[in-house]
Design a protein around this ligand. Structure first.
Ligand SMILES: [Ca+2]
Length: 414
């Protein structure tokens, strides 16, 4: 489940970053109603597959009535197959990633949603021992605080992907789990919606994760992660982190400062040392002062020796159980610190491969935008829209349209 959960959020992130500029969320679908490819299409081969699947599902305890209700109005979604095929295999730098997932807007929304749900989050923290600002950060990362929970039929999406077969076994398991959710009465068939890949609700659980970890926090008989009310969704995320081994009272990690001439060969996720060992190597809190001791920690240098440095405690690995990406783990940890009132990172990131800092890239976007070349926002993240704007500007002044940012362009635009 971890492999695919990671893949889903990674690809969701990749999909949304494709059009980035202003702050997108991590959930891939806003409204399927506008996309005809996300409406069921006639497909005889899919129908034959469903007929065979019904027998397999009934053998596993799904009733005919549940199958009828689940597949009523469901069908083959070509847009889901297209999204599954169009995965961009690229990795964002941590700086770009944080500029998007923990942008000033995202932090502000996080703080206001945290304040609005303070009582609920405190009750969840009391029961599961996961800090409320960490739960809030997961919420922000997964669905932009509930704003993007997904509205695609989970039965349609998972049956389409099971039929399509690229990862058929995995999605057939998700489909069976989704039908079990219906059979259990947690949600009505029309309400069983999520992302194109079947991730559902406020914290984007796939059906098997839901079956294993979703909770009914107030005991009203339903584990409802889909409704506007985030209670069960947030409690379920906390329950999942708790079951994954969250240690009460310990942080995820913290930003640290390395002494001059530090041997960075000791960094890396698997290379844990005691806090005393790190201290004796000269590692300090980024803001100064002694390191807190929460057990063995690994030193992370996601942008190399000249970028920010982090000590990651065991709870960092627990976050990675949710989504096994180092950027995701630092994203949740950092966003949670910001929601709790913490300051931005103290260390700068090194310039990018074009020799530009994020401030340079923001200026480039601002100057292009001012001249009518739309970069889709000025967050300092050079995505396809910014590249298109650069190409258009280059063409307009007779330069080869490379789409690559540079100091020369910045100066020309100045
Ligand atoms: Ca409930």
């Amino acid at each position: 489940m971890n492999v695919t959960r990671r893949w889903i959020t990674f690809t969701a992130t990749a999909a949304l970053l494709a059009g980035c500029g202003a702050g997108p969320s991590l959930a891939p679908s806003r409204s399927s109603a506008r996309d005809p490819e996300l409406q069921p299409q006639p497909n005889a081969a899919y129908d034959a597959w469903v007929a065979g699947f019904r027998a397999r599902a009934q053998a596993r305890g799904i009733s005919g009535a549940t199958l009828d209700a689940g597949f009523r109005g469901a069908g083959f979604l070509p847009g889901v197959v297209r999204r599954d095929r169009n995965q961009t295999e690229f990795k964002r730098s941590l700086q770009d990633y944080l500029a998007i997932v923990a942008s000033p807007d995202k932090v502000a929304t996080g703080r206001s949603e945290f304040a609005r749900n303070r009582a609920l989050l405190s009750q969840i923290e009391a029961r599961y021992g996961v800090p409320s600002h960490v739960v809030a950060a997961v919420w922000g990362m997964e669905s932009n605080y509930g704003a993007r929970r997904g509205d695609i039929s989970v039965i349609s999406a998972t049956s389409t992907l099971a039929f399509d077969g690229r990862r058929g076994d995995f999605f057939e398991k998700q489909l069976v789990a989704a039908l079990r959710i219906l059979q259990n009465g947690d949600v009505s068939a029309p309400g069983l919606v999520g992302s194109w890949a079947g991730a559902m609700g406020h914290t984007q659980f796939i059906p098997t994760t839901y079956q294993a970890h979703a909770v009914d926090f107030r005991g009203d008989g339903r584990r409802d992660i889909w409704s506007e009310d985030p209670t069960d969704g947030l409690a379920s995320a906390a329950a999942y982190l708790s079951a994954s081994g969250w240690r009460r009272g310990a942080p995820w990690g913290l930003e640290v400062r390395l002494p001059g001439g530090f041997d960075t060969g000791v960094a890396g996720r698997g290379r844990r040392r005691s806090v005393g060992a790190w201290s004796s190597l000269g590692v300090q809190r980024a803001g100064g002062g002694a390191l807190p001791d929460h057990g063995p920690a690994a030193l992370l240098l996601p942008a190399g020796a000249s970028g920010p440095a982090f000590l990651a405690f065991r709870n960092f690995d627990v976050i990675l159980r949710y989504n096994n990406s180092e950027n995701y783990g630092i994203g949740v940890g950092y966003l949670s610190d910001r929601i709790a009132g913490g300051a931005p990172l103290r260390s700068d990131f090194p310039p990018d491969r074009f020799g530009l800092t994020i401030d340079d890239r923001r200026k480039l976007q601002e100057r292009l935008t001012a001249r009518g070349f739309d970069t889709g926002g000025t967050d300092g993240v050079i995505g396809p829209k910014s590249e298109e704007a650069i190409r258009a500007y280059q063409s307009s002044i007779g330069l080869p349209p490379t789409g690559e940012p540079s100091r020369d362009l910045l100066l020309r635009l100045g």
